[in-house]
Design a protein around this ligand. Structure first.
Ligand code: PLP
Length: 416
């Protein structure tokens, strides 16, 4: 574990707590990528030595990414992002099913998916003569999809079920194993968007019974602009990008060798560190939640109390929801990077969070979410400094609050 945090390397004193948006590169990843940004520039499709070096590096990375999720290397298709992996899963599986059956497709998803899924569903609904039928399953107040609602949806002909493994806004983990098992009993394909979950919780595609699973390197201390789709052997999938036939014909384009190598190194580092990191980050998360709760009377938490990502905390301040913009700006000025929900919806800011609305929060509460998401290089000192600054800033914005002193040095509560 490097002693100095990545955020401190970038700008000493700043505290980066927005790892659900993106993560800093792990130094091990940068070292692995180095040669492929310099002398090892070959095209992996070339037959000469330069090409063979690139091909070998890609295949090593494919095995590393496969190992993170218990897959076979040939089941990994590299894409340009998690978004593209989601598009390939949904559009690819739907097109293949329509070609095979000639019937209208039906995709079942949840109401709280990332835009990469929701917008792709909109596209599918508007494509073709009849359009694909889309069913959005509801979630409860913790953000969980109920198996009963999936069972009901499975009664009408379904092509594909797509439910995210971990939610990017509230951090809730879905019961993927149970949902996928039910889906398989109906002979239907199951996809999970595991972009937020991968590298943070153990994932095994065989234990989970999933057919398709999306990944993105930049959420696990790898480079941006590289993702992957796990495609179980035998799954029928049509390509969405056409050209030279790379990636088993499913994703044409000259491979991003440095990005793929970085993804492989990031996956390996995540696999090695996962168990210890999950405990360490969950303890930090509990310390932050306990410190804010003790000091700030209006503090409340969004998402499931235990079925959640280890280093992820989403919260609000009752009655203070309209102050969110000022609070975020004050935190940024004080050297703290956190976010209001997902980075991908930041340009729609001011809008209530669709995830919170779906969980039953009202429009005011749904505008008041702050997200703290921790990563590999965060330290206990950063957690303590964050608490001090955060409590001071919230109290300054609301003169009615007299914060209780935050005993930040107190040891973290045991994990639930
Ligand atoms: N799916 C989820 C759950 C995400 O949180 C994100 C990114 O925030 C994506 C998909 C998209 O991944 P990428 O940024 O690699 O396109």
């Amino acid at each position: 574990m490097p002693s100095q945090s990545a955020s401190e390397r970038l700008d000493s004193g700043r505290i980066y707590f927005d790892h659900s948006a993106t993560t800093p590169l792990d130094p091990r990843v940068l070292t692995a990528m180095g040669p492929f940004l310099g002398g090892a520039f070959g095209n992996a499709s070339s037959l000469h030595q330069e090409g063979r070096v690139a091909r070998a590096a890609i295949e090593t990375a494919r095995a590393q990414v496969a190992a993170l999720i218990g897959a076979e290397p040939e089941e990994i298709i590299f894409t340009a992002s998690g978004t593209e992996a989601d598009n390939l899963a949904l559009i690819g599986a739907t097109r293949a099913a329509i070609t095979k059956t000639g019937k209208r497709a039906h995709v079942v998803t949840s109401a709280i998916e990332h835009a990469a899924i929701l917008e792709t569903c909109k596209f599918l609904a508007a494509s073709g003569t009849a359009g694909t039928k889309i069913t959005h399953l509801p979630v409860d107040s913790d953000g969980l999809v109920g198996p009963e609602s999936l069972l009901r949806a499975l009664q009408s002909n379904v092509t594909l079920v797509s439910i995210m493994a971990a939610n990017n806004v509230v951090g809730t983990l879905q019961p993927i194993e149970e949902l996928a098992h039910l889906t398989k009993l109906h002979g239907v394909l199951f996809h999970t968007d595991a972009v937020q979950a991968a590298g943070k919780i153990p994932l095994d595609v065989n234990q989970l019974h999933v057919d398709l699973l999306s990944l993105s390197a930049h959420k696990l201390h790898g480079p941006k602009g590289i993702g992957a789709l796990y495609v179980r052997k035998g799954t029928q999938l049509a390509p969405i990008v056409f050209g030279g036939g790379q990636e088993r014909g499913l994703r044409s384009a000259t491979e991003n060798v440095a990005g793929i190598v970085g993804f492989g190194a990031a996956a390996e580092a995540a696999r090695e560190d996962l168990a210890d990191e999950a405990i360490r980050l969950a303890q930090f998360r509990e310390s932050i939640a306990a410190g804010l709760k003790r000091a700030l009377p209006h503090f409340y938490i969004f998402g499931h109390a235990t079925k959640r990502l280890p280093g992820h905390l989403s919260f609000g301040f009752r009655g203070q929801e309209r102050e969110l913009g000022r609070l975020l700006a004050a935190l940024d000025a004080a050297g703290i990077a956190v976010s209001a929900g997902s980075a991908c919806s930041a340009h729609h800011s001011g809008e209530p969070s669709g995830v919170l609305l779906a969980m039953g929060y009202d429009a005011v509460q749904s505008r008041g979410l702050l997200r703290v998401s921790l990563g590999r290089f965060n330290t206990r000192q950063e957690v303590d400094r964050f608490l001090e600054r955060m409590i001071r800033i919230v109290a300054e914005l609301d003169p009615e609050i007299e914060p209780a002193p935050a005993d930040v040095a107190e040891s973290a509560p045991a994990l639930a």
